[in-house]
Design a protein around this ligand. Structure first.
Ligand code: AMP
Length: 218
């Protein structure tokens, strides 16, 4: 299945987890702008230094930086067989930029998958989220803690709470989502590309949905 999809959903709707389950079945690139930015912060690049204060405050990083980053990323070899975009586009001007980038490559998006979840479920989930500071593996302090406290099961790295997973920052990220990103629902719906998937259940709901679409030939 040549798949070019974007995942839309508030922080904590499980975009990364759903993308991983799709990626396990289909060899396409999983491109998370949040992950690329965090790698830049860790590596201390100029982009990382600029992005960090916006990220820590739960604000969006400037469109021109993000779009340049995505132009370069989509040109890489592993993105040529398809991709899942996780965390991009984040507003209408990024969606327009993506559309022109893809037009320039003679490619088109197959679907925009909306992960639907309530704000309160997001807050409950994210305050419990823990991540490995080395490999990015995701844990939950209550339902899926690492076997040894604070130590990643996969790589032995340090498992921490992201600075932007504190409740006050989460509330801010949700407000940014409703103001900036939620208009993408109408944007992709009016183009006939929106697919709604409940995000409070299985971690492979998006994969199952995409496979059912393929099976029905839609
Ligand atoms: P995420 O891991 O997707 O929740 O992203 C973490 C943070 O990175 C966000 O709160 C933003 O500060 C920044 N970020 C990620 N993707 C974008 C984007 N497409 N546009 C602007 N900022 C972004």
């Amino acid at each position: 299945m040549a798949m070019r999809i974007i995942l839309i959903g508030p922080p904590g709707s499980g975009k990364g987890t759903q993308a991983t389950s799709i990626r396990e079945k289909h060899p396409i690139a999983h491109i998370s702008t949040g992950d690329i930015l965090r790698e830049n912060v860790r590596a201390g690049t100029e982009l990382g230094q600029t992005a960090k204060r916006f990220m820590d405050a739960g604000q969006l990083v400037h469109d021109n930086l993000i779009i340049a980053m995505m132009r370069a990323r989509l040109a890489e070899d592993d993105a040529q067989n398809g991709f899942i975009l996780d965390g991009f586009p984040r507003n209408v001007s990024q969606a327009d930029a993506l559309s022109s980038l893809l037009d320039g490559m003679s490619l088109r998006l197959d679907a925009a998958v909306l992960l639907e979840i309530s704000d309160e479920t997001v807050v409950r989930r994210l305050t419990c989220r823990r991540v490995c500071s080395s490999c990015g593996s995701i844990y939950n302090a209550l339902s899926h803690p690492p076997k040894a406290r604070g130590v990643c099961d996969s790589c032995g790295g340090r498992v921490v709470q992201r600075a932007d997973d504190q409740e006050s920052v989460i509330r801010n990220r949700l407000a940014v989502y409703h103001k900036e990103t939620a208009p993408l629902v109408e944007y992709y719906e009016s183009r006939g590309m929106l697919r709604r998937v409940p995000a409070d259940g299985e971690s492979n709901a998006a994969l199952k949905y995409l496979e059912s679409l393929r099976a029905s030939g839609k």
